[in-house]
Design a protein around this ligand. Structure first.
Ligand code: COA
Length: 260
């Protein structure tokens, strides 16, 4: 199955979902959200598929939600996007099969939130992970404030959220968020997925559900509060100005490139 912004392929008992919008560092648009959801549903419905591996094309996992689309969105469209993107993170966790994120390059904002919704994360040594929404005057809207604190502990999460800095793969591994750091990131992720895929599907599904239950108590209320916060911040002048600045920088670079 190949769509405009993703690729989905079966590799034996493992499905490989690739975010494929490399010229925009795989930034997640509304159309891409729908394609990702369809691919997850395909993996869910296929009994031959026992595990799912996620990766990005072109050397980056995903640099977050499509900020350029934000620049022209109404408050209502922004909230609709937050809700539909929220279904991606939920669908990854609801999939009764192990999900492994194979992260090369940038996993930022929604990209990091997708990785945080996976059961395991494998990264390339040069990968950079972070939630830079604060630089846009926003907060993460895809569970970043909730899942990161639960996985990292609140102090380390506060540091990343409030500075907006990108963490290295090794730092995230030392902090327990990344399972493995490997030069052959995809190979390592696929090997882990295949090792899991050999076990009975029922036991894997139960293990996934129980593992999520161990750290997700109270998650729903936190996700709702987060979504309300990002939608309220989207309406403030500061947030919108920073989003427009991002677009202006991109347009400026293109104009300079055209002149040269
Ligand atoms: N939304 C839309 N477009 C994005 C994007 C995003 N989240 N992230 C990158 N892009 C686009 C850039 O605008 C650029 O497109 P252009 O050639 O049409 O101008 C292209 O992807 C390449 O990115 P560029 O910024 O030139 O690469 P870089 O190596 O200089 O910087 C980043 C990489 C990741 C540091 C930078 O792109 C960035 O800060 N992105 C936004 C990250 C973010 O805030 N994510 C959270 C979103 S809520």
């Amino acid at each position: 199955m190949t769509s405009a912004f993703i690729d989905y392929e079966r590799r034996g008992s493992v499905a490989l979902l690739t975010f494929a919008r490399p010229d925009q560092l795989n930034a997640m648009s509304g159309a891409m959200v729908e394609e990702i959801l369809a691919a997850i549903a395909t993996a869910a419905d296929d009994p031959a598929i026992r595990a799912l591996v996620l990766r990005g094309a072109g050397g980056n996992f995903m640099a977050g939600a499509d900020i350029k689309a934000y620049a022209t969105q109404s408050a209502e469209a922004f909230r609709d996007f937050q809700e539909s993107a929220g279904r991606v993170y939920g669908a990854l966790e609801a999939l009764p099969k192990p999900v492994i994120a194979a992260v090369e390059g940038y996993a930022l904002g929604g990209g990091f939130e997708i990785a945080l919704s996976a059961d395991l994360i494998v990264t390339h040594p040069e990968a950079k992970l972070g939630l830079p929404e604060v630089k846009l005057g926003l907060v993460p809207g895809g569970g970043g404030t909730q899942r990161l604190a639960r996985k990292l502990g609140p102090n380390r999460a506060a540091e990343l959220l409030m500075t907006g800095r990108f963490a290295s793969a090794q730092e995230m591994a030392d902090w327990g968020v990344v399972n493995r750091v490997a030069d052959d990131t995809l190979g390592e992720a696929l090997a882990l997925a295949e090792q899991m895929a050999r076990h009975p599907a029922g036991a894997l599904a139960d293990l996934k559900k129980l593992n999520l239950a161990a750290w997700q108590t109270g998650l729903e209320a936190g996700l709702e509060a987060e979504r309300d916060a990002v939608c309220a911040l989207f309406l403030t002048g500061d947030g919108m100005q920073r989003i427009r600045d991002f677009v202006t920088r991109s347009e400026h670079r293109k104009a300079e490139g055209a002149k040269a």
